[in-house]
Design a protein around this ligand. Structure first.
Ligand SMILES: *Cc1c(COP(=O)(O)O)cnc(C)c1O
Length: 340
C-alpha cells in the first residue's frame, strides 16, 4: 500500500515523514534508539557538529519490487563507510547491526511512503551522525546523536537517463590531498556550494573536481563518482584517496566485469585525455547513473557519446544496476536485504 503522491515528479526534495529514528551516545555507550514523530533536533548551541563540522552522513534507498515487497541495496556498505567516517573524525561508531536495524525500522514505520514499483521513485534514507554537547574547544565531542530520516525521491539530476553537461573546476577544490575527501562529511559539501551554484547558474548539472594537488586528473562530481567507457571495452574510474568511495561505483566495477564482460580499471583519468572514452557518466545512490553528455574544460568542450542520447554501455549498466535494486535482475550474493 502506498499513499497518493505524484510519484513520477518527486524530484529530490525534503519531505517531513511521520517517523524517524534517533539514538543518543552518552557516557561511552549508545542507548537503544527509538522511532520518533519529532522532526526537530534539540542540541547544545556549543555542539562541535555546528562549529567544527564534526559530523558525517550517509545516503541509501529502499526499493519497492514488483511483488510489492521492499528491499535495501548493500546497507552493510553504508554502515561500514559511516564507521570509517566516524574514525576519521574521532566520533563514536555506530555498529553495523544497529545501523541496519535502524534503517529497517524507519522504512517499516514510513512504509506508505515507499513509492510503487514502476514509477522509478524510491524512499531515500539519510543517516546522520553528529557530535553534540557543550564543548567549545576544538576536541571530539563525548556525546553523539545518530538519526535516520527518510523521504520519497525521484531522480537527483533532472532528466534521468538523459545526458547532461558538466564543467571541470580549476578554481575550486572540494577536498585537500590529505584532507577529508574520502569521508562522507558536510565539510566537503560546504567547500562545493559556491562552485556548484556557479555551475548551475551557467547551465551545468554539476562540477567535475580535479585532483587538488595538480589539477590534471578527474576526481569526482561532488556528489557522485565519475566513470568512463574506453574504446577498448574498459570500465574506468579514477583512483585517489580524496575521492568519496561510492558504493554504486564499486558495484558497477563488479557488474561491468561479471555481467557486461568489460575490464574494470581504477586508475588515473587525465582531464586532457578524454578522447580515450566513448561514453561517460556520474554514479551514486542519489544520481543512480547519469550519462555525461559533455565536459567543458576551459576552451575545450568534450562531447562523449552524444549530448542528447545515452550510450549503449551506459544503458546496459543502468538496466543491470537498477534491475538488481528493484529485484528484477538477480543480485550478486549478499547485496539485497529484504525489509520484513
Ligand atoms: C555519497 C557520495 C557519493 C556516492 O556514493 P554512493 O555510495 O554511490 O551513494 C559520491 N561522492 C560523494 C562526494 C558523496 O558524498
Amino acid at each position: 500500500m502506498s499513499i497518493d503522491l505524484d510519484w513520477e515528479n518527486l524530484g529530490f526534495n525534503y519531505r517531513e515523514l511521520p517517523f524517524r529514528y534517533i539514538s543518543h551516545f552518552k557516557d561511552g555507550k549508545w542507548d537503544a534508539g527509538e522511532l520518533t514523530g519529532d522532526a526537530t533536533l534539540h542540541i547544545s548551541e556549543s555542539s562541535p557538529a555546528l562549529h567544527y563540522g564534526q559530523q558525517g552522513f550517509e545516503g541509501l534507498k529502499a526499493y519497492r519490487t514488483k511483488d510489492g515487497s521492499i528491499q535495501l541495496f548493500r546497507p552493510d556498505r553504508n554502515a561500514a563507510r559511516l564507521q570509517n567516517t566516524a574514525r576519521r573524525l574521532h566520533m563514536a561508531e555506530v555498529p553495523t547491526d544497529k545501523f541496519i536495524d535502524a534503517v529497517m525500522q524507519v522504512v517499516k514505520a514510513n512504509e506508505d511512503f515507499v513509492p510503487p514499483y514502476g514509477t522509478g521513485a524510491t524512499l531515500y534514507l539519510r543517516p546522520l551522525l553528529i557530535g553534540v554537547g557543550g564543548i567549545i574547544g576544538v576536541h571530539p565531542a563525548d556525546e553523539y546523536i545518530f538519526t535516520i530520516f527518510a523521504m520519497p525521491v525521484g531522480n537527483y539530476f533532472k532528466g534521468g537517463l538523459t545526458p547532461t553537461n558538466f564543467i571541470a573546476s580549476h578554481d575550486y577544490d572540494r577536498a585537500a590531498p590529505f584532507g577529508t575527501g574520502g569521508s562522507k562529511v558536510g565539510g566537503n559539501y560546504a567547500a562545493s556550494i559556491e562552485p556548484g551554484e556557479k555551475a548551475h547558474a551557467a547551465g551545468y548539472s554539476d562540477v567535475i573536481y580535479l585532483d587538488p594537488a595538480t589539477h590534471t586528473k578527474i576526481e569526482e562530481v561532488g556528489s557522485a563518482n565519475f566513470f568512463g567507457i574506453s574504446k577498448d571495452g574498459e570500465f574506468v574510474t579514477p583512483l585517489s584517496p580524496s575521492i568519496l568511495p561510492s558504493i554504486t561505483k564499486y558495484s558497477l566495477l563488479q557488474l561491468a566485469e561479471e555481467r557486461l564482460g568489460l575490464k574494470p580499471v581504477e586508475g588515473d583519468v587525465y582531464i586532457n585525455d578524454l578522447d580515450r572514452f566513448v561514453e561517460a557518466g556520474a554514479c551514486g545512490t542519489a544520481a543512480v547513473i547519469s550519462p555525461i553528455g559533455r565536459i567543458d574544460n576551459g576552451d575545450d568542450k568534450h562531447v562523449f557519446y552524444s549530448e542528447t542520447e545515452v550510450g549503449p554501455v551506459t544503458r546496459q549498466l543502468y538496466d543491470t544496476l537498477v534491475g538488481i535494486q528493484f529485484g528484477d535482475v538477480e543480485a550478486p550474493a549478499g547485496w539485497i536485504y529484504k525489509v520484513k
